[in-house]
Ligand binder design. Structure first.
Ligand SMILES: *Cc1c(COP(=O)(O)O)cnc(C)c1O
Length: 388
């Protein structure tokens, strides 16, 4: 008999939450679009109303909890809705410590929406975990980590931060969008909650916007379920169906994303048209050792500083034939962007300068195309980038 507690991620992604339909035997359970469910007697039901719970959503949430080594998973209409719902757990007047180069939308929510609930946030350099104690206040409730960060791919030591946080009774939330559970499972490193933009690697096909929270604690889960239903920022059953299908190939896709990212990073490092490459899998990455310790792979995201100025960066982005110039990441197709003008355009110039987000910094999301084709395309676009 298969040991169900020890199944690998690929097996869990394919089997957990995907039992064949008992009435028809359909190997792929049907998409359940019904908004309401007939009750056998008043209050006698498995499902009541689709905002509260839905069979298709529940199956996906079950699979997601399994692959992140959590006990519960809750899905939301977007990664941003997941963030907003978690913030709604906090009392007015609470304080948050957040990594300084947090996802732009999270930064916007913290500074322009959560402040209306009298929630304050300090953005700090979490890379050195020994410095966080000095930032903890009596009303600090939560530490918000993203690792690797976006777009400069700094690595935060999740275990070290979690151990300090728990001495002070703080919750640790890790946005695990960039690594996916294939390469990093923060709950195993001591984090209390994992956030995902399912939109990215987990769905993986750039056709669903969705978010999730995964956790182990039953009480926190009850509070979040209550908010998921009360606020109602839930995903559609169709999107859950699509994302669940995406999850089933996540382990295969992540391998290829990583092979491609490493090959591109290596080629970029050797190019005379590149100032510096940032990829956690390179020995040259300042936190390569922490990356090796807490991650099982280095992912599909990389950034580099092109030689020249913004015009050279733009020429590169226009010249690539396989990397679409677009926001977002984590799809099967390769994407490239200029963070200073696109994803991080709303970060103040002073903060951008502090974080190293210059006009020559280019972010790549390596897709799962053939490796040699992507490397050729990048080298070709680099060559062209220097002829303005
Ligand atoms: C995209 C993204 C989000 C926000 O998710 P949406 O689904 O776009 O709302 C949050 N965190 C990270 C790291 C992301 O890349």
């Amino acid at each position: 008999m298969v040991n169900r507690t020890k199944l690998g991620l690929g097996t869990k992604a394919i089997h957990v939450g995907s039992h064949p339909d008992p009435t028809t035997g359909a190997v792929i359970p049907p998409l359940s679009l019904s908004t309401t469910f007939k009750q056998a007697d008043v209050g006698d039901f498995a499902y009541e109303y689709s905002r509260s719970n839905n069979p298709t959503r529940e199956r996906f949430e079950t699979a997601l909890a399994a692959v992140e080594n959590g006990r519960h998973a809750l899905t939301f209409a977007s990664g941003s809705a997941a963030t907003a719902t978690v913030l709604n757990m906090l009392e007015p007047g609470s304080h948050i410590l957040s990594i300084n180069d947090v996802y732009g939308g999270t930064y916007r929510y913290f500074t322009k929406v959560a402040n209306n609930m009298r929630i304050t946030v300090d953005f700090i350099e979490l890379v050195d975990s020994s410095t966080i104690t000095q930032h903890i206040k009596p009303n600090t409730k939560l530490i918000w980590i993203e690792t690797p960060t976006n777009p400069t791919l700094k690595i935060v030591d999740i275990a070290a931060i979690s151990s300090v946080a728990h001495q002070h009774n703080l919750l640790v939330v890790v946005d695990n969008t960039f690594m996916s559970p294939v390469f990093q499972t923060p709950l195993d490193l001591g984090a209390d909650m994992v956030i995902h933009s399912i939109t990215k690697f987990i769905n993986g096909h750039s056709d669903v916007v969705m978010g999730a929270v995964v956790l182990r604690d039953d009480d926190l889960n009850d509070r979040l379920r209550f908010l998921q239903n009360s606020i109602g920022a839930i995903p559609s059953p169709f999107d859950c169906y699509q994302a669940h299908r995406g999850l089933k190939t996540l382990h295969l896709r992540m391998k290829q994303h990583e092979i491609n990212a490493l090959a591109i990073a290596t080629a970029l490092e050797e190019s005379p048209y590149v100032e510096r490459v940032i990829y956690p899998g390179l020995e040259s990455h300042p936190q390569h050792d922490i990356a090796k310790r807490q991650m099982r792979g280095f992912g599909g995201m990389l950034s580099f500083y092109i030689k020249g100025d913004e015009q050279n960066a733009r020429k590169f982005l226009r010249s690539s034939e396989l990397f679409s110039l677009a926001e977002s990441l984590g799809g099967v197709e390769s994407l490239a962007e200029l963070p200073s003008k696109m994803t991080h355009g709303s970060v103040s110039p002073a903060d951008r300068a502090k974080l190293g987000i210059t006009d020559t910094l280019i972010r790549l999301s390596a897709g799962i195309e053939d490796t040699a084709d992507l490397v050729d395309d990048v080298l070709n676009a680099l060559e062209l980038s220097q002829n303005l």
